[in-house]
Design a protein around this ligand. Structure first.
Ligand SMILES: NC(=O)c1ccc[n+]([C@@H]2O[C@H](COP(=O)([O-])OP(=O)(O)OC[C@H]3O[C@@H](n4cnc5c(N)ncnc54)[C@H](O)[C@@H]3O)[C@@H](O)[C@H]2O)c1
Length: 330
């Protein structure tokens, strides 16, 4: 059984509950004392996982020095704060600790993948990405879930697969770390689009169009960034896209519903909280322009999110683009 420290008490709490149940020793950290105190007092994370008991066997802390000597250190932190938390925990991280990132997105100022950020801050530790269709609400309730882990270091990938999977949380290994991370980051933008479409009162045809052409766009950009095309047909690609675009659990989807119903993107994000799709859209657009990759859906999403463009105008623009052959992905 492993000694696991999880940084971040949102999705991190769900993972902690699941790994504690399967016999691991779990410590969960939050920067916010009030978050830790509330979980302790209520015995649950009322805001994020109401009704799911957080067992007393999980150690809750605001003390990063407890990271010292752990087998596995999990980052479950919104993409914006990953570097800051890595810098804060760095003095306490033991060399052999395997660092696992479950966050999805890119660092805005550098456009780097989160594993690249972690590698820069924790250069002496193996970094593994754990990603795929895994809503916190369902992981915490032990619903059967499949995810993928990937790393540049095969031994660490296998260690995480063997150690962290169980009969309700199945982990596949993948050697394409870049592709796995890009799928996880980009699907949030497409899920935001799907929410907007539903909020506008449009239907299944339009949703299917955005998901399918969104996947083509993710694949195009992902391959240009160094990912393997087949990865986007797996759990971290189409798998995560399906779960995020079709579920009411997704905050990207919830924010999209509000935008589609007429609220400004800024207000919708302020109301819903962490909306990684809003952050990632503008970064993906910058990367796409730099690599000369066509991303029409992301471009329209950026128009809606950052330039006050009416979503109806965006749909018209997408529907009246020059004709193309479907197999012409690149
Ligand atoms: N929620 C899910 O179901 C889910 C599933 C898979 C992956 N993820 C990814 O995991 C990451 C975290 O998502 P979440 O839903 O847990 O987000 P969240 O907004 O609930 O935040 C998670 C935790 O991060 C910490 N945090 C927040 N702001 C911080 C700051 N400024 N500095 C340090 N710590 C801070 C807090 O402890 C908070 O509880 C995201 O990248 C998300 O895409 C989430």
């Amino acid at each position: 059984m492993a000694e696991i420290m999880i940084l971040g008490c949102g999705f991190g709490t769900a993972l902690g509950i699941m790994w504690d149940k399967y016999g691991h020793n779990v410590t969960a950290w939050s920067k916010y004392k009030e978050e830790i105190d509330a979980i302790r007092k209520d015995g649950e994370h009322k805001r994020l996982l109401p009704g799911v008991i957080v067992p007393p066997s999980i150690a809750l802390t605001t003390d990063l020095s407890l990271a010292s000597g752990k087998d596995i250190l999990v980052f479950a932190i919104p993409s914006k704060f990953v570097r800051e938390v890595a810098q804060s925990v760095k003095p306490y991280v033991t060399e052999n600790t395997v660092v696992v990132n479950v966050g999805k997105g890119f660092e805005e100022s550098t456009e780097k993948r989160l594993s690249e950020v972690l590698k820069e801050e924790l250069p002496n530790n193996p970094i593994v990405v754990l990603t795929g269709p895994s809503h916190a609400e369902e992981v915490a309730r032990n619903f059967p879930t499949t995810v993928v882990c990937a790393s540049d270091d095969k031994a660490s990938t296998e260690y995480i697969q063997d150690t962290l999977q169980n009969n309700r949380f199945r982990i596949y290994a993948n050697s394409d770390m870049i592709g796995c991370e890009i799928g996880g980051a980009m699907k949030n933008a497409i899920a935001l689009c799907c929410g907007i479409i539903e909020g506008m009162g449009l239907g299944d045809n339009t949703l299917a169009a955005i998901m399918t052409r969104g996947l083509a766009e993710i694949t195009r950009l992902g391959v240009a960034m160094g990912g393997k095309r087949e990865t986007f047909n797996g759990l971290s690609g189409i798998g995560d896209l399906i779960v995020t675009c079709t579920s009411t659990h997704s905050r990207n989807h919830r924010a999209g519903l509000l935008i589609g119903d007429g609220m400004s993107a800024e207000d919708a994000v302020a109301r819903v909280g962490t909306v990684e799709g809003y952050n990632v859209a503008v970064i993906a657009q910058r990367i796409a322009r730099r690599l000369d990759v066509s991303t029409p859906i992301i471009d329209q999403l950026c128009g809606v999110c950052y330039d006050g463009q009416n979503p109806r105008e965006s749909i018209s623009r997408l529907m009246t683009r020059p004709s193309r052959a479907e197999e012409e992905i690149f």
